[in-house]
Write a protein that binds this ligand. Structure first.
Ligand code: HEM
Length: 290
């Protein structure tokens, strides 16, 4: 078996028996190469440590890969949400599965970053001033799409209309959970009008009637299979989000202890508070009442 068909950059169909590298295309003076297609020069040029500290490379690389995963998650979430407006089909569920897998990669990055000791970190800490993941537009977008909304978090992007505009739009659009509640209602389950017509720019507040509606779904999954599948997919997403937050928190604590964050918050205290955020409250409560 050639095994080449799975990779778009691999040897391709019809690889001769000897599998020689001689067979590979080697003149890219006039055709698109791997590096051209992926803009690897730009990618490499984004990697710019400002100190001689060995671990600054790791620090930058982990942030870069995290931003790439976050940006994929934003795309997949937005696409899934657009489709969910029309109902639950396999396509948005598949996209949510991809979100879950990408979150796992995001969380796995902490295992690599944890190899950096506080002393390693302090060698370059002064290099990035007030920069902080707190200012990650991709991360805020994920939070806003999932429903964790707070206009204060728009602040760091006020000077960049290209970043601020999409966040503001997401703040005023239904979250993925708002869409799920509309789907519950469309199926004839009782979701109060004030929940459906709520100000979506505000954080969602749990509602007993919504809990009852999800209980109906969870007590008879076969009958409401698509809603059940969507609900469990959302629980996967929130579960993974919590894991990322927890790993961030412990990595931060073991690296900077209880110092203030570069972004200006209290640091560990601020991140600990965020651990209490609940995005889809009734989907967690339903477990207690089954
Ligand atoms: C040792 C490495 C790291 C340290 C010491 C650290 C520290 C912190 C601190 C203290 C905060 C609170 C805000 C502030 O700066 O005042 C924060 C927020 C944040 N960091 Fe990190 N961080 C690290 C690595 C990362 C990485 C690799 C990412 C990946 C993108 C990241 C993403 C974020 C995000 C998204 C927030 C905002 C969280 C929220 O508002 O709930 N951090 N970080």
């Amino acid at each position: 078996m050639s095994g080449g068909s799975g990779c778009p950059f691999g040897p391709g169909e019809g690889v001769p028996a000897e599998h020689s590298a001689e067979q590979a295309h080697r003149d890219f003076s006039r055709s698109l190469s791997y590096g051209d297609y992926l803009h690897l020069d730009e990618l490499r040029s984004a990697h710019q440590p400002v100190t001689e500290a060995h671990d600054e490379h790791l620090f930058i690389a982990i942030h870069h890969v995290s931003e790439v995963w976050l940006s994929l998650i934003v795309r997949e979430l937005q696409a899934a949400m657009a489709l969910l407006e029309g109902g639950i089909t396999d396509a948005p569920l598949k996209m949510l599965t991809r979100v879950v897998r990408a979150q796992e990669q995001l969380t796995a990055a902490w295992d690599v970053l944890r190899t950096m000791t506080p002393a390693d970190y302090l060698q370059f800490r002064s290099a990035f001033g007030q920069a902080s993941g707190f200012q990650s537009q991709n991360y805020r977008m994920v939070e806003f799409l999932l429903g964790n909304r707070n206009p204060t978090l728009l602040g760091p992007h006020a000077h960049r209309p290209d970043l601020h505009g999409p966040l503001l739009a997401a703040l005023h659009a239904p979250s993925v959970y708002d869409l799920a509640l509309r789907l519950l209602a469309a199926r004839g389950l009782n979701v109060p009008a004030e929940v459906l017509g709520r100000d979506v720019s505000r954080p969602y507040v749990a509602d007993p009637a919504v809990l009852d509606a999800w209980l109906t779904v969870y007590r008879d999954p076969e009958r409401h299979w698509d809603l059940y599948e969507l609900a469990e997919k959302l629980v996967d997403v929130e579960d993974n989000f919590r894991r990322w937050r927890f790993n961030h928190l412990t990595t931060v604590e073991r690296t900077i202890g209880f110092r203030r964050g570069s972004g200006g918050t209290s640091g560990v205290g601020y991140l600990r508070e965020a651990l209490d955020t609940v995005l889809f409250p009734e989907l967690w409560d339903v477990r207690t009442h089954l």
